[in-house]
Ligand binder design. Sequence first.
Ligand code: FA5
Length: 338
Amino acid sequence: MKEKLEQLKKEFDKAIGNSVKKEDIEQIRVAFLGKKGALTSIMKEMRDFSLEKKKEVGQMVNAMKSYIEESVFEYHKNIDEKEIATRLNKEWVDISWPAYPAQGTVHPVSTVRKELEDLFTSMGFEILDGPEMENEYNNFMALNIPEDHPARDTQDTFWLKNGMLLRTHTSPVQIRGMEKRKPPFKFIAPGKTYRNEATDASHEHTFHQIEGMVVDRDISVANLIYTLKAIISNIFGREVEVRLRPSYFPFVEPGFELDFRCQICSGKGCSVCKQSGWIEYLGCGMIHPNVLKNGGIDTDEFQGFAFGGGIERLVMMKYGIDDIRHFHSGDLRFLKQF
Ligand code: FA5
């Protein structure tokens, strides 16, 4: 048996020594270790051996098996290394080469959002962030919108299986902001919002809003109007006709809406402004005392104003974009213009 194994080793060494391809090595492995392989046949012969002989021969067979397995592994490794070396000789990377300039462009919504943030911070506002997955309390209840309130119908909601929702507006950040601050304070909260509604030239299911909140002593509607006018004239860098009209939001009293003269049709009427000549841009007003109380604020001493506007609509008016759906289209011809 010992001679047989030595002979097998010689045959194996000869076979593997001549192989240069991985497939050849695999064939050799099967020829020696496979079900019908040479070493496997020797192992079958051991069945009739005495226990003592089995033990003695078994050790030799196992040693031979390990030798073949290790050799196969080494040969595979050598071939891999040779292949890598050949590739490295042919292909090379000059790590001192400068990086290519970025190919993309900044999304127009991000550009205007940044402009808004810079403007507001220059006026002393903090920037707050809030989660897009919100709870019902912050999105509705704490904003004076109980469960059966008709105002919920104006913001069709994506409810989640875990009982939470995708925030329908940035106003829940008002609640989060108040809980962590003592007045006086002023902050903005830009971010993504979601509504389960049909899309058209001026409505998306996913869009951005910017919320603003100012709480201090002696705050009035005049402060609100001044702030909004300052922001709008800076963002456009030109005169844009706006109008403020009374409106209703349960979390402000009195409440208003601010509209732009439609910049797409110069007020003549088009699909974006639904032939009205005006684009609704934001809701605003003096913060309702119930909301301030929900935020733990003493309403005898402090008042405040709040506003929430759609960033896409602002970008549309600024650049004359005639359909809000372009923003999420991923169309490079659109995006490369900015
Ligand atoms: C609100 O979301 C209130 N939270 C705003 C507010 C804040 C009022 C603070 C008072 C005080 P409204 O649903 O009207 O209100 O939305 C505000 C703005 O978001 C709209 O004027 C519009 O510019 C934008 N907007 C609303 N729905 C959409 C939509 N589906 N697609 C694109 N923009 C939208």
